[in-house]
Design a protein around this ligand. Structure first.
Ligand SMILES: Nc1nc2c(ncn2[C@@H]2O[C@H](COP(=O)(O)OP(=O)(O)OP(=O)(O)O)[C@@H](O)[C@H]2O)c(=O)[nH]1
Ligand SMILES: [Mg+2]
Length: 331
């Protein structure tokens, strides 16, 4: 579908018309005051993202990019962004006034980033002073060695710095030294830490920490292809009141990212933290997997330093990185 520009006297009127003309799932890409009132630019990405064949494979026609978009598309493909997502961005851009038949329109890079950013859903409730009850107890799940424990340490330290009363629990009694690694974080932060050997233990421990602002649970890393180990991992985290933060390495190839998501989808994924962003030049495949699977991004980790090497996922920053546009000069 094309990007739609709608102008009305008030923002509310413009948004009502967006809903009428583009439907409820329209994404607002831009709103700004004009001398006639308000301008809203909206896109409806889902239709573009729906093209799958019977086997569930993504169908992207092999058409070339329009000349104007081609240089940007090339950069984003080098970054790892999927053709399916880029096609959605290109289709949206074709509805705007930017010049797509030849390259060089100065408005195109920024607008492309805005459209892509609108396709990147963010989950911000894993952090912050206002604790949403569904995100009070957070479990860090994912494959082995992806940074689950380190990311837990980073978020726990940030919460303590904000003045929150937190506790740490681990169900990772499988890996040698896992408990010591976490105890070191807990001691450093001077927060309580408990080891839960069984689901019953975990339930008791969570009850004990019921008055805490947040409780962070570390889990055992498991291969996404090891069904038995995964079943054990899922069984170790019973109950629905735990928000699962999937740690997905930025360098994952698309198929591997899909396999990790498949492995954890059954138990529920409430957000994704893309880890080790600093270790790859091609983080777009994992990013595309998250977006195309309808998951939300929470954080990006960017190094080994605790707590500094983590950032909240910022859709615009990620989109600008994908098109190699450098840091944004905000208006
Ligand atoms: N470069 C880089 N290294 C990281 C990042 N996050 C974690 N690491 C490193 O990755 C290694 C593994 O981190 P852990 O936090 O122990 O990973 P884990 O997922 O808990 O591992 P298991 O519990 O063994 O499954 C450590 O050396 C971390 O310092 C990151 O964002 N960037
Ligand atoms: Mg660990």
């Amino acid at each position: 579908m094309l990007l739609k520009r709608i102008e009305a006297q008030t923002l509310q009127k413009a948004l009502d018309r967006v809903r009428e003309e583009c439907g409820d799932d329209a994404l607002v890409v831009e709103t700004r005051p004009t001398n006639k009132g308000f301008l809203v630019v909206a896109a409806k990405p889902q239709t573009e993202l729906d093209g799958r064949d019977q086997a569930g494979r993504v169908q992207v026609t092999a058409s070339r990019w329009t000349p104007g978009f081609a240089p940007l598309a090339q950069k984003a493909e080098d970054f790892g962004i999927s053709p399916r997502i880029l096609k959605a961005v290109e289709n949206a851009l074709l509805g705007t006034k930017v010049e797509m038949s030849r390259s060089g329109d100065p408005a195109l890079p920024n607008l492309s980033a805005r459209v892509l950013a609108a396709l990147l859903p963010i989950e911000s409730r894993f952090e912050g002073r206002d604790v949403h009850p569904d995100f009070r107890t957070i479990a860090f799940v994912g494959p082995t060695g992806v940074g689950k424990t380190t990311t837990l340490g980073k978020l726990a330290a940030r919460a303590v710095k904000q003045g929150q009363d937190i506790a740490i629990v681990t169900v990772d009694t499988y890996r040698v030294a896992a408990v010591e690694q976490l105890r070191a974080f807990a001691d450093l932060l001077a927060v309580p830490m408990e080891v839960a050997f069984t689901p019953q233990d975990l339930r008791r421990t969570l009850q004990k920490f019921a008055d805490k602002d947040r409780v962070y649970i570390d889990t055992t890393g498991r291969s996404p292809l090891d069904r038995d180990a995964l079943a054990q991992a899922h069984a170790a985290l019973p109950g629905t009141d735990i928000a699962r933060l999937l740690c997905l390495p930025a360098a994952s190839r698309r198929k591997d990212a899909d396999a990790v998501i498949d492995a954890h989808d059954r138990a529920g994924i409430h957000g994704v933290c893309i880890t080790k962003w600093d270790e790859t030049k091609m983080p777009g495949e994992s990013l595309s997997a998250v977006v195309e699977r309808g998951l939300k991004l929470s954080h990006v980790t960017i190094g080994q330093e605790v707590p500094s090497d983590i950032a909240e996922a910022d859709a615009m920053e990620l989109a600008r990185a994908a098109f190699d546009l450098g840091a944004e000069t905000r208006r």
